[in-house]
Ligand binder design. Structure first.
Ligand code: WTA
Length: 637
């Protein structure tokens, strides 16, 4: 077992008494944490769990999420505090935005959205680069009680259209483009294509970021600098019920179509605010930086709602870590005095590969807390992170959570307990987790099982947008009363939790969730493809790499061109991150007698292992056939 690292935070915010209090009285603990927010109407009940799995938290309470993230800090005399240190990708393109400026900007945007006909309950899609207006847009929606659905800018027009249609968005907020790897990268064309099939969209609100020419549909398209700049900087926020929808975040499930995970206001904000404060041991003079895109849940909870509810100062960076050089992140961190840094293992492994000299060239002495999210962090990357970014001092918090959990669930608390490289350690105070076997019985230490939440928690998913049945079926049907996360895990003899990866058909590529079925559907939608099977094979840098096995139609013949055409096709259907690393053209796929593809065997092939138990195959020769189909370039590298 790797060595445990001592806690290194003096007088940490959270203490071991948080665990004790929550163990004694879980709901009382969360009621106390709700005191971190301003409520216009106090709640009368902490949790209503009378119709599981449909929870209501902080029942009867009323609040406004944007007011809690912005206005109240200004009212408390913190208006001059920097909320966002924006760093654009082009050199020298920086902007500091104080809480007072953020308040004025969010109010203007809320007034502009109202003028465009947006009311409480209307859905707004956001498809933007990492610029301050993206944060402002989210908060303006929250202020009006109009649930936002932020779609990652790397998704294709088709993927965007699917999400807009599913939640019937009335407005799309976008930009002409953003900067990526030194060049302007357009966004508006994808919106133009998407909305042609989305009759619910009445307006497209466009931020001018790159100044590149864009197509314009008069009457529908509106410039942000026209309507937002002209709007009043004053806006009185309406207070909403604690269970008012805050946002819908689409994520990949085990079927072809993404699920719209619904989060509501009070519970989500309470757990976001508490976990940010406790897990990152937040202090007023901290400079925090989360590198996640706002198009993912991490960008929602730990770039917008959690830090802003705490009045934090943070970095918002538009670009990639290696533009214009591989030390860009560390240069920014040194310049702005970053104390708390939150990123994904895939990024850490990439930086590790680039070399120690890049962080070493910058003064990272203020760094005191390091966070990791998205997949288990391998001990080697953990040690490198702690040593080369954290100067051997900063504790690493490996945070396990999901789009559905809304906020951190399993993570060490810095300063409270040591961390073990590779373990997410223990549940956050107030969170109840177990690891169970097929029958739902708790498994002993050392034995692998399924990770479940045994009690509801404040930031939990409330439903799948428009599909209560799928919500119940997906998460709550396997063991009554338990939320099943889709991950495998085990406990060690100290009771610390080690995540073992997904047990379903969801892959985790560079910390991004993709479903095998979604990519298979994209492949078979190509006219040359008869059948496709997709697996995630482990990869040193990205964690998982997408590997596809494809049977072509008789009309098509195997060639490098067809493989490239299929990769491009998947990129168009879903987005570049979904493009298979490798596509092997085969003549058969391994199937059970009932026709289910045995991906496990394909994964063995993709990872260059001897294939496992194939006794349930309908045709026992098929694996030999597939192995013979593989060209030398598919062989181990
Ligand atoms: C995985 C991202 C191990 C896990 C916040 C989960 C992790 C899925 C960790 C959720 C971690 C996330 N250790 N695995 N610290 N964090 N995962 O919804 O498989 O994009 O189910 O949320 O990522 O991905 P999602």
């Amino acid at each position: 077992m790797p060595t445990a690292h001592p806690p290194t935070s003096n007088a940490p915010n959270a203490t071991s008494s948080d665990y004790a209090l929550a163990n004694e009285d879980r709901l009382g603990f969360w009621a106390d944490q709700a005191g971190r927010l301003d409520w216009s109407e106090p709640f009368t009940e902490v949790l209503d769990w009378s119709t599981p799995p449909f929870a209501r938290w902080f029942v009867g309470g009323r609040l406004n999420a944007a007011y809690n993230c912005v206005d109240r800090h200004v009212e408390a005399g913190q208006g001059d505090r920097v909320a966002l240190h924006f760093v654009g990708e082009p050199a020298g393109d920086t902007r500091d935005i104080t809480y007072a400026q953020l308040q004025a900007e969010v109010s203007r945007a809320a007034n502009a959205l109202t003028a465009l006909g947006i009311e409480a309950g209307d859905r707004v899609a956001i498809y933007m680069p990492m610029i301050p207006e993206a944060v402002v847009a989210m908060l303006a929606c929250a202020r009006l009680g109009a649930p936002h659905t932020v779609v990652f800018g790397g998704f294709s027009a088709d993927a965007l259209a699917g999400r807009i249609k599913d939640c019937q968005a009335k407005l799309v907020i976008t930009a002409d483009g953003g900067y990526r790897r030194g060049d302007p990268s357009p966004l508006k064309p994808a919106v133009d294509t998407a909305v042609t099939s989305c009759p619910t969209v009445s307006h497209v609100l466009v931020v001018r970021r790159t100044g590149e020419p864009v197509e314009w549909t008069p009457g529908r398209d509106v410039w942000w600098h026209d309507v937002v700049a002209a709007a009043s900087p004053h806006h009185s926020p309406e207070m909403f019920d604690s269970e008012h929808p805050l946002f819908v975040m689409y994520t990949s499930g085990t079927t072809g179509s993404p699920k719209g995970v619904l989060h509501t206001t009070g519970g989500y904000l309470v757990q976001s605010a508490y976990s940010f404060w406790a897990v990152f041991d937040h202090r007023p003079d901290d400079v925090y930086w989360c590198t996640a895109d706002i198009g993912w849940i991490t960008g929602h909870t730990y770039l917008v709602y959690g830090p802003l509810a705490n009045g934090a100062t943070q970095v918002l960076y538009e670009g990639t870590p290696d533009t214009p050089h591989k030390g860009r992140w560390w240069e920014i961190a040194a310049e702005l005095g970053v104390t708390t840094f939150y990123t994904a293992p895939t990024a850490i492994r990439t930086c590790m590969k680039w070399g120690d000299e890049f962080p070493a060239a910058h003064d990272l002495s203020r760094v005191r807390i390091l966070g990791s999210v998205g997949e288990s962090i391998n001990p080697q990357a953990y040690e490198w992170y702690r040593e080369h970014i954290g100067g051997g001092r900063a504790p690493v918090v490996d945070t396990w959570w999901q789009t559905e959990t809304g906020a951190h669930m399993i993570t060490p608390l810095p300063g409270v307990r040591s961390g073990k490289p590779g373990s997410a350690m223990t549940p956050l105070p107030g969170i109840s987790i177990d690891i169970v076997d097929d029958d739902g019985n708790s498994v002993p230490p050392g034995q692998g099982g399924y990770l479940v939440a045994t009690e509801p928690w404040p930031a939990m998913i409330r439903t799948i947008w428009g599909d209560d049945e799928r919500f119940v079926e997906t998460y709550w049907s396997r063991w009554p009363g338990y939320y099943f996360a889709g991950d495998g895990a085990r406990r060690d003899n100290d009771g610390d939790i080690w995540l073992l990866g997904r047990v379903d058909d969801v892959m985790n590529v560079s910390g991004h969730r993709l479903s095998t079925t979604e990519i298979e559907s994209a492949l078979v939608s190509h006219p040359s493809v008869a059948e496709a099977a997709v697996v995630g094979a482990s990869d040193e840098v990205t964690g998982t790499a997408v590997v596809a096995f494809v049977i072509l139609r008789d009309s098509a013949s195997p060639s490098d061109d067809i493989v490239e055409a299929l990769r491009t096709h998947v990129g168009q259907q879903i987005g570049p991150i979904a493009k298979p690393r490798r596509i092997s053209i085969v003549s058969e796929l391994p199937k059970t007698r009932s026709g289910k593809i045995m991906r496990r065997l394909l994964r063995d092939l993709a990872e260059h292992r001897t294939t496992g138990d194939a006794s349930t195959l309908a045709d026992s020769d098929v694996m030999a056939q597939i192995a013979a189909d593989l060209t030398p370039s598919d062989s181990p590298t």
